[in-house]
Design a protein around this ligand. Structure first.
Ligand code: AMP
Ligand code: ZN
Length: 464
């Protein structure tokens, strides 16, 4: 039974999707005013593992990640570059899609863009206004949180009395309550805008996710995610908009939030000089090592990105790939009866850990035990080809979730002919039981960096 931590209740709960066997999942997407950064990479990789594990568990998952292509930062950057927000978005979306692919993140089923949903955004805003929940001011249309009694239930915020109901003159635009938020922003000179019942303007930020999740997944969904920074106000506001519009509760059954990524102990920011984009990440590191790094951590834990952590992840990944290479090159040997049980136990522990709120650190602890047992029976050489194939099949099975192991057999490196001749010569003298000469050639090869291994399948060599 899969269980997951629900931010809505602050508890680990059993997972019961709205429709049996199906999962409707939405994760807030990037604002595309620049290339993606490693914080994005962390969140989307963490949710990629979650999505893939749900699929591994035979759920039919529909996964939506939106693209925020109209936003204050988009307007600022486009103006600075002298291009339109559409040109800016197209460039960065293209880059983002390439980055996702390189990071091994499976493409979401739908990646809707805000600018393609303006009609629906206007419609929801109008509905909220007609219901008396939204009101128009000089600069836009606002959601009146005083009209939504459950406001604050996700972030567990209790509103002050003065915030609920009484009119506070806060600024020149006559907002009723300082916490009311914009559904629609009236256009200022030179800003990108669309026609609406309130004149030319553009959507506020939060409304896009209420609109796009209902359009692509329905009025109520199973899982909604993002990193913790979005709990308030973004997700709180999404709940207010969707539940006030459709009158259905809860808008989201399970809220899931990934921990934040910091760099060398500090929040990433351009001014601190510790801001790392995904293209920079990919230039410096093996994307599979980054994936391994994220896979070794709990999706809810705050993580610190640094060179040592990635180097360690690369080392651990190399160890797995070495084990895989050994399994691929095993040929003959006696059958090991322990292997079937070993695989069954590993699978069971893996699922048990993942079913407990996708507990990856526990899942890896059991996989490491499995790996060390496999390595020792490989070393003991009590291992048949069928045993090796069964283990490889199991590793491929879990790699459906991780997608970072290398299953292609490495081509044997060719040795220069003079060294091959030496190996052949040694085989010949060994057959003649000329042990002294055989050892001399072995030592000679060792000096040249070649180690010989006498195996049941004949002599093998490796570089030292
Ligand atoms: P944004 O582009 O800021 O709208 O963020 C898009 C997604 O990335 C959201 O789900 C954020 O919660 C997440 N995110 C942004 N910064 C970070 C970070 N430093 N660590 C983890 N996730 C982040
Ligand atoms: Zn969102």
């Amino acid at each position: 039974m899969l269980k997951l931590y629900n931010t809505r209740t602050r508890e680990i709960e059993e997972f019961w999707p709205i429709e049996k066997g199906k999962v409707k999942m939405y994760v807030c997407g990037p604002t595309v005013y620049g290339p993606g950064h490693i914080g994005h990479a962390r969140t989307y990789t963490a949710f990629d593992f979650i999505r893939r594990y749900l699929e591994y568990s035979k759920y039919n998952v529909k996964y939506v990640v939106n693209i925020t292509d109209v936003h204050d930062d988009m307007i600022k950057t486009a103006n600075k570059e002298g291009i339109t927000i559409f040109e800016l978005a197209n460039r960065n979306i293209k880059l983002f899609m390439k980055d996702l692919k390189e990071l091994g993140i499976k493409e979401p089923n739908v990646m809707p863009r805000v600018t393609e949903h303006i009609k629906e955004i206007i419609a929801m805003t109008k509905t909220l206004q007609e219901k008396g929940i939204a009101y128009e001011t000089e600069d836009g249309v606002y959601f009146a949180i005083s009209k939504f009694p459950n406001y604050g239930k996700l972030a567990k915020i209790k509103l002050k009395k003065s915030f609920t109901g009484t009119r506070v003159e806060t600024d020149k635009y006559d907002k009723e309550n300082p916490m009311d938020f914009a559904l629609w922003k009236k256009a200022k000179e030179g800003e990108p805008s669309w026609d609406s019942p309130w004149g030319k303007g553009r959507p506020g930020w939060h409304i896009e996710c209420s609109v796009m999740s209902s359009k692509h997944l329905g009025e109520q969904i199973d899982i909604h995610g993002g990193a913790v920074d979005l709990v308030f106000p973004h997700h709180e506001n999404e709940i207010a908009q969707s539940e006030a519009t459709y009158g259905k509760e809860p808008f989201v059954k399970y809220w899931m939030h990934a921990g934040f990524l910091n760099v060398r102990g500090e929040k990433m920011s351009k001014s601190l000089g510790n801001f790392i984009t995904i293209p920079e990440l990919l230039q410096k590191y093996n994307p599979k090592a980054f994936r391994y790094f994220i896979a070794s951590l709990h999706y809810r834990s705050r993580i610190d990105f640094n060179d040592e952590a990635i180097a360690q992840a690369q080392k651990n990944l190399d160890k797995w790939n070495n084990t895989i290479q050994e399994l691929l090159s095993l040929e003959k040997g006696p059958e090991n009866k322990e292997v079937a049980t070993l695989i069954a136990t590993a699978r069971e522990s893996f699922k048990k850990a993942m079913d407990e709120d996708f507990n990856l650190p526990n899942a890896w602890a059991s996989l490491y035990d499995f790996q060390s047992r496999v390595n020792s029976i490989i070393a003991e050489r009590v291992f048949s080809k069928d045993n090796a194939d069964a283990i490889l099949l199991f590793l491929k099975e879990i790699d459906f979730v991780f997608d970072f192991f290398e299953f292609k057999k490495k081509e044997e490196e060719a040795l220069p002919q003079d060294l091959l001749n030496l190996i052949e010569e040694r085989e010949k003298v060994r057959k003649e039981k000329n042990w002294g000469e055989a050892d001399r050639i072995r030592d000679l090869l060792k000096e040249k960096g070649i180690e010989l291994l006498d195996t049941p399948e004949g002599v093998k060599w490796k570089k030292t």
